[in-house]
Write a protein that binds this ligand. Structure first.
Ligand code: CU
Length: 505
C-alpha cells in the first residue's frame, strides 16, 4: 500500500517535471488522485496564474490547525491578520503584555497550497501603541514581506506573493527593535501544502516554542515588564510552548486516543534559543526536519532552530500523558517549556507495562490552571477579595509550589517533609508560618510530636498576596483550624527584621 502510493506520487512528479521541461506546464495543476503520498516535490511551484474565485483563508488559534486545503488548482487566497497588543497570563498569577498576530502567541496558523497567490492584509489594531510588520519565511522576495507591510496603529497594509515552495515556515514581526517584537510573541507558522496535500492523520496540532524575558524572576507574581538586558544576554526567564505556562497542560492538554496518528507542526520563534524538541515516551516515526521536504525516521529529539520549524509525526500506542519538552531540560522544569499530550484508550501491556508519567516527572505541573489565581489578583485590586477567592487561588499556587514536598494532601513525607495537615506547629504561630514561607527554615523542628531536621528553601518567587492565599488555603484545609491571612500581614512580616532561621521549637 505504502509503496504503491509512494510510487504513484513519484511518477506524477516525473510527469510534472517532464511537462514543465517541455514548456507545457503553464497552468497545470498537479492533482494527485491519492491524497496520502510520500513527501512532495521540493521544486518550487509556479503552477501559473490563480484560478477560480478568490478564497478567504481559514486561520486558527493555537493549538488548532486549519483543515487541509483539498484543492487541485492554484487559487488566489486572501489572508487577513490583525496585530493585537494585549495583557495575558504568562504563568500562574503572572501577566505580561504580549504583542500578537491574531490575539494569540504564537499567532494564527495560516494554511495555503503550493502555487497559490496570497493576498496578505496586515491590520494594526487602533488601540495598539507600536507599528508592526510581517516577514513570512515562505515568501520569495526582499524582507519576506516586511518592507511592504510596515503598518502604524489603526492602519492596514496589503501585499501579494506567490507561495512557490512547499513546507512549514515561520513568520514574525521585523519592526525595530526586531528582537523585542519577537520576544513579545510576534511569530507564528504558515504551512504551504504540496499540491497533493499531506498524508491524512487523525490529529494535527500547532505548537511553538519561544523564550521570554521579564524583569521579575521566574514565577514572580504580578505584572512583569520586558527586560531588554536579559534578552541581549540571552538569559530567558521563561521558555514556553504556546506563550504561557499551562497553555498545553491540565484542561488544555493536547488530546488523542490510542492507535491514532498525530502530526505536530512545531515552530520555534526564539528570539534566541534553539530547541531540542522531544516528546517523553514517544518516538517520532517521521520528522520533516528544518521544515524541509525530506524526512528522517525513528527520531528521539529534533533540533529546531530559532526562526525554524519541523513536522513531527508518530502513532500513539499506549495510553497516558506524553510530555513535550525542550530537552535542554532546565528549560522544561525550571522555565516552563513543557506541554502534555493526553492519550486515552486501552492499555497494551505487551508494549508497556503501565504506571503514569505525570507524577514521576511533573508533580502538579501537569494540572496547572491559572484561573483562580488571576481571579484573586483582580479581586484584591478591586478591594473585593473573599475568603473563598483566597482558598481557590491558594489551592492552585500550593499545587505548583509546596506540594512537591508537603504533598497534595498536606500529609508530608515521613521523616523528610513535615505535615501541614493538622500541624500543631503551624497553628501555634501564624507569624512564624509566614516567616517560614518567606525565609525558609532549617534545623530541628517538632511537628505533632515528631522530629524533623531538614531544610526548606525560601519561597522567594512568591509575592505577598500569593503567600497570603497559600497559607489561607492551608489553614482552611485538611483539618486545620481555619483563619485568614492577608497580603498586608505578609507585607508586615517581610518588613520585620529576620529572626535567625532554624532552631525554633
Ligand atoms: Cu511588531
Amino acid at each position: 500500500m505504502k509503496t504503491k502510493l509512494g510510487y504513484s506520487a513519484a511518477r506524477s512528479r516525473v510527469v510534472e517535471w517532464a511537462l514543465r521541461t517541455a514548456g507545457l506546464v503553464a497552468g497545470l495543476a498537479v492533482a494527485s488522485a491519492a491524497p496520502a503520498a510520500a513527501p512532495a516535490a521540493s521544486a518550487s511551484g509556479d503552477f501559473g496564474p490563480p484560478r477560480g474565485a478568490p478564497i478567504h483563508a481559514v486561520l486558527t488559534s493555537p493549538p488548532n490547525v486549519p483543515p487541509p486545503v483539498a484543492r487541485n488548482y492554484p487559487a488566489k487566497v486572501i489572508v487577513e491578520l490583525e496585530v493585537v497588543e494585549k495583557e495575558m497570563p504568562i504563568s500562574e498569577g503572572v501577566s505580561y503584555t504580549f504583542w500578537t498576530f491574531g490575539g494569540t502567541v504564537p499567532g494564527s496558523f495560516i494554511r495555503v497550497r503550493q502555487g497559490d497567490t496570497v493576498e496578505f492584509h496586515l491590520k494594526n489594531n487602533p488601540a495598539n501603541k507600536m507599528p508592526h510588520n510581517i516577514d513570512l519565511h515562505g515568501v520569495t522576495g526582499p524582507g519576506g514581506g516586511a518592507a511592504s507591510s510596515f503598518t502604524a496603529p489603526g492602519h492596514e497594509s496589503q501585499f501579494t506573493f506567490k507561495a512557490l515552495n512547499e513546507g512549514i515556515y515561520v513568520y514574525h514581526c521585523a519592526t525595530a527593535p526586531v528582537g523585542m517584537h519577537v520576544a513579545n510573541g510576534m511569530y507564528g507558522l504558515i504551512l504551504v501544502e504540496p499540491p497533493q496535500g499531506l498524508p491524512k492523520v487523525d490529529h494535527e496540532y500547532y505548537v511553538m516554542q519561544g523564550d521570554f524575558y521579564t524583569t521579575g524572576r521566574y514565577r514572580l507574581k504580578g505584572h512583569q515588564p520586558f527586560d531588554m538586558e536579559k534578552a541581549i544576554d540571552e538569559k530567558p526567564t521563561y521558555v514556553l510552548f504556546n506563550g504561557s505556562e499551562g497553555a498545553l497542560t491540565g484542561d488544555h492538554a493536547l488530546k488523542a486516543k490510542v492507535n491514532e496518528t498525530v502530526r505536530l507542526f512545531v515552530g520555534n520563534g526564539g528570539p534566541n534559543l534553539v530547541s531540542s524538541f522531544h516528546v517523553i515516551g514517544a518516538i517520532f516515526d517521521k520528522v520533516r526536519f528544518e521544515g524541509g521536504t525530506n524526512f528522517q525516521t525513528n527520531v528521539q529529539t529534533t533540533l529546531i532552530p530559532s526562526g525554524g520549524a519541523a513536522i513531527a509525526e508518530f502513532r500513539t500506542r499506549v495510553p497516558g500523558s506524553y510530555v513535550l519538552v525542550d530537552h535542554s531540560i532546565f528549560r522544561a522544569f525550571n522555565k516552563g517549556a513543557l506541554a502534555i499530550l493526553k492519550v486515552d484508550g486501552a492499555e497494551n501491556k505487551a508494549i508497556y507495562s503501565g504506571k503514569e508519567i505525570d507524577s514521576v516527572y511533573l508533580g502538579d505541573r501537569a494540572g496547572a490552571n491559572l484561573n483562580a489565581v488571576t481571579k484573586a489578583t483582580d479581586a484584591l485590586a478591586a478591594g473585593k477579595l473573599t475568603l473563598e477567592d483566597q482558598v481557590h487561588a491558594g489551592r492552585e499556587l500550593f499545587a505548583g509550589t509546596c506540594s512537591v514536598c508537603h504533598q497534595a494532601d498536606g500529609a508530608g513525607l515521613a521523616g523528610v517533609f513535615p505535615p501541614l495537615a493538622k500541624s500543631d506547629y503551624l497553628a501555634a504561630d501564624l507569624k512564624r508560618a509566614i516567616d517560614t514561607v518567606l525565609h525558609g527554615r532549617s534545623g530541628q523542628v517538632v511537628v505533632n510530636g515528631v522530629e524533623y531536621n531538614s531544610v526548606m528553601p525560601p519561597m522567594t518567587q512568591l509575592n505577598d498576596d500569593a503567600v497570603a492565599n497559600i497559607l489561607t488555603y492551608v489553614l482552611n484545609s485538611w483539618g486545620n483550624p481555619g483563619g485568614r491571612i492577608g497580603a498586608d500581614d505578609v507585607k508586615a512580616r517581610r518588613a520585620a527584621p529576620t529572626a535567625a532561621a532554624g532552631g525554633g521549637h
